[in-house]
Design a protein around this ligand. Structure first.
Ligand code: PHE
Ligand code: FE
Length: 294
């Protein structure tokens, strides 16, 4: 299958979606899969210092909140001293789960993204946010991508789920199921929570790389709630991109994600076409709030 997307087409689509705002990355020096070299020597000392600050703030929030798999892998990765060398972690990751890290200029086309995942390659943005963006950033940067996503790829079951997600994405593109599938990514890979014997823990990268949401998402009495993940329900649920989530879906295990996405989704996408989407804050009959909203 030809999985190359022309740069002009992609940038035109992005410009359209963002009312003409340009992406930040340098899209001039990449291959057909949007892969670039991580020019590690080009990072400035100020950027390494900013990474250290981000790392310190974020890692201090994790005990008792992030899942053990994330905390343990992060410790082993040993990436607190400065912006990591992708190649080093990539080799360790490959030895653990057969995944590699590839450097990309920033956001990439859906087809390219799915193709990377389907081949057990995780695309990581090369550039770091500015100090002004310490607390909030619109486009994913190297801190979000690397700190947020890479640790869990050391978990074999989650790693398999991510590959399956990439394969599912390539399929959903043909079936008109992309919006639905994107919601599942959002509510699991980016904003997922997991039940453990010692309480609910975070595994979603969007939360784990956020200064505020790590604490917020586990706090009772906010306007957000926890409900058990039901995949079909999740596929129908709209999400917030510019505020904390109003619903967090809780899983019992990564195996639940892998097994729940094994069936053919063709009839599900078909069925959902005749159903309404659900607002981000909906609670359906029979759904139990594990952590009640106010
Ligand atoms: N198994 C799903 C299908 O056949 C694809 C899928 C994989 C969906 C992973 C979500 C996550 O379409
Ligand atoms: Fe992400």
């Amino acid at each position: 299958m030809d999985t190359s997307v022309s740069n002009e087409d992609f940038l035109a689509t992005v410009a359209e979606k963002s009312n003409g705002a340009a992406l930040r990355g340098d899209y001039q020096h990449m291959d057909a899969h949007y892969v670039v070299q991580q020019d590690w020597n080009a990072y400035t000392e100020a950027e390494h210092e900013l990474w250290r600050k981000l790392y310190q703030r974020q890692s201090a929030l994790l005990p008792g909140r992030a899942c053990d798999e994330f905390i343990e892998a992060l410790a082993k990765m040993d990436i607190g001293a400065g912006i990591p060398v992708f190649e080093k972690t990539s080799k360790e990751l490959f030895a653990a789960t057969g995944w590699t890290i590839v450097a990309v200029p920033g956001l990439i086309p859906e087809l390219t993204f799915f193709d990377h995942l389907a081949n057990r390659r995780f695309p990581v943005t090369v550039w770091l946010r500015t100090p002004e963006e310490f607390n909030y950033i619109v486009e994913p940067d190297v801190f979000h991508d690397f700190f947020g996503h890479v640790p869990l790829l050391f978990n074999p079951v989650f790693a398999d789920y991510m590959q399956r997600y990439g394969q599912g994405g390539l399929k959903a593109m043909k079936l008109g199921g992309l919006d639905e599938l994107a919601r599942l990514y959002w509510y699991t890979v980016e904003f997922g929570l997991i039940n453990t014997p010692v309480g609910v823990r975070i595994y979603g990268a969007g939360i784990l790389s956020s200064g505020g949401e790590v604490e917020y998402c586990l706090t009772p009495g906010t306007k957000s709630r926890h409900i058990r993940l039901d995949i079909e329900r999740c596929l129908r649920t709209l999400y917030k991109i510019d505020s904390y989530q109003e619903t967090y879906f809780v899983i019992d295990s990564y195996q639940q994600l892998f097994d729940g996405t094994a069936p053919d989704f063709t009839p599900i996408y078909e069925k959902l076409k005749s159903m309404d989407v659900l607002p981000a804050n909906s609670l359906l009959d029979g759904e139990v709030e594990l952590l009640p909203a106010q």
